[in-house]
Design a protein around this ligand. Structure first.
Ligand code: MLT
Length: 265
């Protein structure tokens, strides 16, 4: 995608996105603690207006001190669809972006024309997971983004990719380091408190593609398979040579899977 920022206001916040192409909207929701540039290697999609927002608290969007939840993120994105004059969109979310895609589906199913769930999961955090979020938020309060970089960076990319593509490691590190503390803590608390979406799977009635990196250490292929099995007619695409971030690690394989899917939506 070309890199030009557009802005809109919602609930008093100044929020950023970029859009490219023309046609039906393909909404790309990034993961934690990244920003819209994680989609930059995919390129545009014929027949689609590809829209990549920066979630509140990340990228170039404003970071309020409070008011982070899956509902708030989803609301920001539904407002963005209103700004674009789009009744419906194909909603694609990676990891935390997937949690938000589920929330968009819960709040406004009529606005979802198709779903792409990448390296994400439907289950909520268990008690141990919630404690982990609190511990990480505490570390971020003391050490800033460096705490998240230390914990997550080694797990995001496939080790083989990380070895030969230091530029990608740097790009991911810069995204993380550039995330304000308020945005990091807000997102950690929003993920900790997110509702379980397992019960939603059986009700998904739109075309769905589940994508996962074969080497994803955070949301492994078994998790993706479980999610795809729960959604009637869902396709599963395992991207070889990728970890948690296939659009960055293997953009052409990821793009090919998306193009095939989008042709059927
Ligand atoms: C992400 O990549 O968005 C996060 O790792 C998701 C999570 O921590 O649950």
């Amino acid at each position: 995608m070309t890199d030009s920022t557009t802005r809109y206001r919602h609930k008093g916040l100044n929020l950023a996105y970029q859009a490219e192409g023309a046609g039906s909207v393909l909404l790309l929701i990034h993961g934690f603690p990244l920003n819209r540039t994680m989609w930059g290697r995919l390129g545009g999609f014929d027949g689609y207006l590809t829209v990549a927002p920066d979630l509140r608290g990340m990228g170039e969007s404003e970071a309020p001190v409070a008011n982070y939840s899956m509902a708030a993120y989803a609301d920001d994105l539904l407002a963005l669809l209103d700004v674009l004059g789009a009744d419906r969109a194909v909603v694609c979310g990676l990891s935390m972006g997937g949690y938000i895609a589920f929330e968009v589906l819960r709040r406004a199913p009529e606005r979802v024309a198709g779903l792409i769930l990448m390296d994400t999961k439907a289950a909520a955090d268990d008690e141990l997971g919630r404690q982990g979020r609190n511990a990480m938020a505490e570390r971020v309060r003391h050490d800033g983004p460096a705490a998240v970089v230390a914990a997550m960076l080694p797990k995001l990319l496939d080790p083989e990719v990380a070895k030969v593509r230091p530029d990608l490691v740097d790009l991911v590190r810069r995204m993380m380091e550039g995330t304000p503390v308020a945005g990091l803590i807000g997102a950690l608390e929003a993920m900790r408190d997110r509702p379980d979406s397992m019960a939603l799977l059986g009700a998904v009635s739109v075309p769905t593609l589940v994508v996962v990196g074969a080497g994803d250490q955070l949301t492994p292929p078994a998790e993706a398979r479980r999610m795809a099995d729960g959604i009637s007619g869902a396709e599963l695409e395992v991207i070889l040579g990728a970890g948690h971030l296939p659009p960055l690690e293997r953009p052409s394989r990821t793009r090919a899977a998306m193009v095939r899917f989008l042709a059927q939506v």
